[in-house]
Design a binder for this molecule. Structure first.
Ligand code: GLN
Length: 511
């Protein structure tokens, strides 16, 4: 990984993402409290709305990616994505401003979520793919560029819960609106920043403006009359037939598996149908197809990473609140603050890691992208192993020190830095430009699936008087619970390590 100077456009994307992620995580930090304390929902309903929201937010990048590649181009998609998110955040503000009319307030809240979900779908895959387009194919700086981009994402993620939480979560339900208003204003700033600076900074390596025309039109001449004739139409009709039948069969299957939960049905069906739809595209060469396969295989393993990692928002926060001694010199740290540890560590490690990879690169020892993904999974497993030591033989009612969760988050963040930005960079390197944003959408689909999966695994959190088990392994203590994640991520990491040689071959020269 190179540590050379980067194009200015990267810093525009850095700032835009900082602002956008600030509003996303700021709203998210107070959302579940708003549902329970202001809209007076029970915990189960609130958790289910929260889970559906975080799942759908990562499902829509598929649609946004498709629209950007085919019709709108990146600039227009980023702009409309940010505008829609601003509308969503303002609807949340209005919802929290009319708590006395509960049914109106709930309606506005659902409207707000819809705009946020659709806006994120347009914004997230497109800003993620434009980073790579600032560089020439094969540019050594790409991993480092994505790590810097990831730092921007986490500057926003770190500050937002502190600021929106401070103004919104005061104990008075009427104050939630201030948290949402701050998120809304920052989203407007995102729009203004992007719109006023894009012409100046979003320039490709060839000096041409970036993201103006859809990627599908780049380097891909319009079909001649001959190409567009009958056989092509027949081919397309066959593909639509296959995809339609597959969608129907999977929807029925998942409907049975998930007891009619339509959001899970949608996520898991999309997770198979969209990747297949790209493979059916007749324009793919053998090399392109191989490279896309690599993305799919790695995206599958990455699901296990995020499913274990995303315990942070739920089971690990419960553990922080119920079984961790959070007092520091007589002051008790709020459990929710521990969620800021991760973005804080990301910002620090993102500054260090390009140097580490660069050091290894010079000595010919830098691991390949698939190996870095396997390292990420291994570090996740080690993080859970460390906390297993902390909770082993813990007597009921006794709390563990804050050092254990701090160590877990630090090790997980090292894993995240090896896996997440490098994964984005890898997707960019392996994808033909005409599918650039759509493939980012597919990559984010593993986060959507993982969020759903994380909820199922989080349900194994030990509770007195309830028997919980996974494939015959009974979970009675925190040690048993954390062990599930140790084993799951170690197994995924090991298999991925074993596959790396084969995957590298299928990458055909891309590192
Ligand atoms: N923190 C990252 C972000 O918000 C996580 C992305 C992901 O793939 N889960 O962009």
């Amino acid at each position: 990984m190179s540590t050379e100077k980067h194009p200015k456009g990267l810093y525009l994307i850095f700032a835009t993402s900082t602002a956008e992620r600030f509003s996303y995580y700021g709203m998210r930090a107070i959302f579940i409290l708003f549902l329970t304390q202001a809209l007076l929902m029970d915990k189960e309903t609130a958790a289910s709305i929260y889970g559906s929201y975080t799942g759908l937010v990562y499902l829509t990048p598929l649609i946004g990616g498709y629209i950007a590649d085919k019709y709108w181009g990146i600039r227009r998609s980023v702009f409309w994505g940010a505008v829609m998110m601003s509308v969503g955040q303002f609807l949340m503000f209005f919802s929290a401003s009319c708590l006395d009319a509960q049914s109106l307030s709930r309606m506005l809240m659902y409207g707000g979520l819809t705009f946020l979900i659709l806006g994120n779908g347009l914004f997230k895959p497109t800003v993620s793919s434009v980073v790579g387009q600032l560089y020439k194919p094969g540019d050594q700086r790409l991993d480092s560029a994505y790590t810097i981009f990831y730092m921007g994402v986490n500057v926003g993620s770190f500050l937002a819960p502190l600021v929106c939480g401070y103004f919104g979560e005061t104990g008075n339900p009427h104050d939630f609106k201030w948290g949402f208003l701050i998120a809304a204003i920052v989203t407007i700033l995102t729009v203004v920043l992007f719109e006023t600076q894009k012409n100046k900074y979003l320039i490709g390596p060839d000096g041409e403006p970036l993201g103006v025309i859809p990627d599908a039109k780049k380097g891909h001449p319009a079909p001649t009359a001959k190409q567009a004739s009958a056989p092509r139409n027949k081919h397309q009709a066959r593909n639509y037939g296959i995809l339609g039948a597959l969608t129907l069969a999977l929807a029925i299957l998942f409907y049975q598996c998930f007891d009619g939960d339509w959001i899970s049905v949608g996520i898991f069906t999309a997770c198979i149908v969209f990747p297949v739809s790209i493979l059916l595209d007749g324009s793919l060469t053998k090399i392109e197809r191989d490279r896309i396969f690599v993305i799919y295989i790695i995206a599958f393993f990455v699901i296990f990473f995020w499913a274990a990692y995303e315990q942070a928002g739920a089971s690990l926060t419960l553990f922080a609140s119920e079984q961790t001694d959070r007092s520091i010199f007589g002051w008790e740290m709020p459990a929710s603050w521990i969620q800021s540890f991760n973005p804080f560590f990301v910002v620090i490690l993102a500054a260090v890691m390009p140097g580490v990879w660069g050091f290894l690169h010079k000595r010919g020892m830098e691991p390949s992208s698939p190996t870095k993904q396997a390292i990420g999974l291994l570090l996740l497993s080690i993080g859970y192993l460390v906390i297993c030591i902390g909770v082993k033989d813990l007597q009921p009612g006794v709390k563990v020190g804050l050092v254990w969760l701090t160590a877990l988050y630090f090790i997980h963040t090292m894993g995240e830095i090896a896996l997440s930005p490098i994964g984005l960079s890898m997707v960019n390197k392996l994808t033909p430009i005409r599918f650039a944003s759509l493939m980012m959408g597919i990559w984010y689909l593993s986060t959507a699936t993982a969020n759903k999966f994380a909820g199922i695994l989080g349900g194994l959190y030990p509770e007195e008087g309830k028997t919980k088990a996974l494939f015959g392994y009974s979970i009675e203590t925190m040690y048993d619970f954390f062990m599930v994640f140790v084993i799951m991520s170690a197994a995924a990491s090991l298999i991925l390590f074993l596959l790396t040689k084969k995957l590298q071959k299928m990458m055909h020269g891309v590192e």
